[in-house]
Design a protein around this ligand. Structure first.
Ligand SMILES: N[C@@H](CCC(=O)N[C@@H](CS)C(=O)NCC(=O)O)C(=O)O
Length: 204
């Protein structure tokens, strides 16, 4: 299977970690952004990555769908199939992805020429990032180790935030979260997919 991805995309990185965790062989293809069309090779009409070619010329997106698919095809799923714990995992995953969304949107507000910055929108994204970090610090005892379906999205979001929104300095704001996070930095799948900084980082 081919995964259209980019090394610094936190959404793509979730799928890359999960594939390693489940020993699924993926051909990781670094997608190329093409102006208004976004990332075209993934055959996602929205122009976004990741996209997984799961059947010849058929593409799965977006990243939670890709992750859930990968989780089901090899070994025991890490996402519980039902019950309270399933929704806790999905909620954590959504919180991680939402944090990545806030970072991504912040980046796109601030990458424009300064005269085009929309200060209220920048403030909106900063507020979301800080609120997410405070929530994650509060629940850090429940985020678990090693990888879960939920914490996968959170680890990827934190690294992306360190790269794209270092002014938030989440490590100082959230010491409990930081010590939980530190437990992952020696993990081989974490290290194998850690790609910051990256010379090709214009889009993600
Ligand atoms: N909700 C989507 C978000 C994916 C996303 O925004 N990916 C970014 C890269 S980090 C992208 O493809 N951006 C290209 C664009 O929108 O032009 C998912 O979870 O897959």
């Amino acid at each position: 299977m081919k995964l259209y991805c980019h090394p610094i995309s936190p959404y793509a990185r979730k799928a890359m970690i999960l594939a390693r965790l489940k020993a699924i062989e993926l051909k990781e293809i670094t997608a190329i952004a093409d102006g208004a069309s976004g990332y075209t090779q993934g055959h996602n009409p929205l122009g976004k990555i990741p996209a997984l070619e799961w059947q010849p010329q058929q593409f799965l997106f977006d990243s939670p769908v890709v992750c859930e698919y990968l989780d089901t095809i090899s070994g025991l799923p890490i996402l519980p199939s039902s019950g309270h714990s399933r929704f806790i995992q999905l909620w954590q995953h959504a919180l991680g992805d939402g944090l990545s969304d806030a970072v991504y949107n912040y980046r796109y507000e601030t990458v424009r020429p300064i005269e085009l910055h929309w200060d209220q929108m920048i403030e909106r994204h900063n507020t979301a990032m800080i609120a997410a970090i405070e929530t994650l610090d509060t629940i850090s005892d429940w985020l678990g180790t090693p990888w879960t379906f939920g914490n996968l999205a959170i680890i990827c979001a934190l690294d992306y935030m360190s790269y794209r929104a270092p002014h938030i300095d989440w490590q100082s704001r959230a010491p409990k979260l930081k010590s939980w996070y530190d437990g992952f930095t020696t993990d081989p799948h974490y290290q194998d997919t850690y790609a910051y900084p990256n010379e090709d980082d214009s889009k993600a």
